[in-house]
Structures are given as structure tokens and as C-alpha cells.
Design a protein around this ligand. Sequence first.
Ligand code: XMP
Length: 319
Amino acid sequence: DWTMKAYRAEMVQRIRDQVGKGRVVCGLSGGVDSSVAAVLIHEAIGDQLTCIFVDHGLMRANEADQVVQTFRDRFNIHLVHRDASDLFLGQLSGLTDPEAKRKTIGRLFIEVFEEEQNKIGGADFLAQGTLYPDVIESVSATGGPSVTIKSHHNVGGLPEGMRMRLVEPLRELFKDEVRVLGRELGIPEEIVGRHPFPGPGLAIRIPGEVTREKADLLRKVDSVFLEEIRTAGLYDAIWQAFAVLLPVRTVGVMGDGRTYDQACALRAVTSTDGMTAEFYPFDMGFLGRVANRIVNEVRGINRVTYDITSKPPGTIEWE
Ligand code: XMP
């Protein structure tokens, strides 16, 4: 893409002009925006950039490893990977209210990020993958230009009290343009084409208390579902697809015995911006295959349901 090539070169120059010899930190989440921002900034200033990946232990199966492999091994980006899953899961223990869970995760994220940033001796700039729609949204919300991004919707956002200059190379771009730029930069398709994933991760897909055991169980269900979606060639036709671990046990039969295990829900929607959404109309054969695989392969789950609620009145996530 010729336009993106030129844009890439121009952005690299602008980042160099802005940053000079300064040091930049960037929070990586594994999502498209922070990934593209990090690779672009790295191209501009190399080792003056350090990425911090706060791993809350609530990502999908293998995603944490994939982040580390991609950025450290493939792009040679200086990356701090902090496994903070004990801390996050410990503090989530006993919490059942969705907002309390979100707040706790957001607060810990900032604490851990600052801790890691201090360990590397601080930085002059904070990099963010803010997109044009975030810019418009915050300008119209505050009546003037603003550096804050959608608050509860992005755990990777700038901590209120952190006074650092911002590097926001994607501020002029829409999501589809960020994807084009990401491909131009050689970022693997699994990251560039990835479905959106909420900052609080699996915590808001486990109604009620979050535990490591539940997160592990949900990861198994989720990966069967996503694998089948990919195999069927449906991944790119769907905005988001995921599983929810239901806080209910139901009776089933397995062989000669009776089971009394947990139920799960599958959710897949189409959307253009996440503001409205329609449930994805899988064919029944597909859903039946996925349900069979889950019940047979994931011990602890004996019932599968499919969520056919659209947004509005539902939301995409269950919490
Ligand atoms: P809802 O559930 O509100 O979700 O229909 C709309 C979009 O936002 C994502 N989402 C979040 N993203 N932090 C995030 O970073 C959050 O707390 C959060 N809650 C929802 C959701 O996955 C969907 O893409």
C-alpha cells in the first residue's frame, strides 16, 4: 500500500523529532493498537523504547506467550513481561460485582505498570495506541482537546496521576487503517486481524467470583470454540467470539453415570464499532459440533448454550 508506506516514513520522522534522545515506555496488551504503536515507535527510536506487558493471568490460552515471542523474539523490542497473575487473582478473590472487578483490575494494572516503569529508571514519554475515534470522543466529552482516553473501557490507558508527555502515533487513524499499517510493518496476521479483547480479560466472562481454576476452565472452552471458528473460515466474518463460564451447575449423563457440572455460554457477534451488535447466525450443525467437542473435551463442563441476544438491549460482554 503506497499511501501507508509514505505515512509510515512520515510517522517515523515525526516520532524521532518529538522524542529526540528521550526514553519511551509503552504498555503492550497483545491487542492491535498497542502492537502497531510499539512496532512503529521501535522502528523510529529502537532501544530508546521499552514495552511493558502487565500479564494479569486473564488472557486467552497462549496469548501471553505469543506477545512475548512476537515482540521480544521477532521484533527485538526491549520487553518487560511481568507475570502478575497471583497479585490480580489474589485481589479479585471474594469480588463478585462487575464494576468492583473492573476497578480492582484497573487499579492493579496502574500499580504494576508504574512499578515496572520505576524499575527501568523511568521514562520521558508514554506511548499510547490512541485512535482517531478515541480522540473525537474525548474532545466532544470534555469540550476541548484531551489526552485522556475512554476510561473504563481501556485498562491499558494512561493513569490519571502519571504526568508524562504522550507519544500517540495512531491519533489520525481509524482501526482499519491501523490494520493496514500493521501489515505494512510486518506484524503477524494473528495480531493484526485479532478480535477486540477487553482490558479486564476473562474476569468479565466469569460472572461471580474469579478464580484461577475457573479461568483455566474457561480458557479451554474458549479455545475449542475459537479453533472451530477458524477451521470453518468464519473468524474474519465475526467481530468478537468468546465463551462465558456460567455460575450454575446442571445435571447431565456421561456413559453410565450422572454428571453435575458447570454450564457455559458461547457468544459471537457481528458489529462495526462495538456500539451495536447482532448475534452471529451460525448454522446448527456448527453449533452442535462445537457443543459436542466442549462437553467431551473439557472436563467440568456438561452443558453448552448459545447467546442470541443482540445489542441493544444486551451488551456484547456478560458483565
Ligand atoms: P459491551 O459489553 O459494553 O462491549 O457491549 C463493547 C465493547 O467493549 C469491550 N469492553 C471492554 N473493553 N475494558 C475494555 O478494554 C472493559 O472494561 C470493557 N468492557 C467491554 C467489549 O469486549 C466490546 O468490544
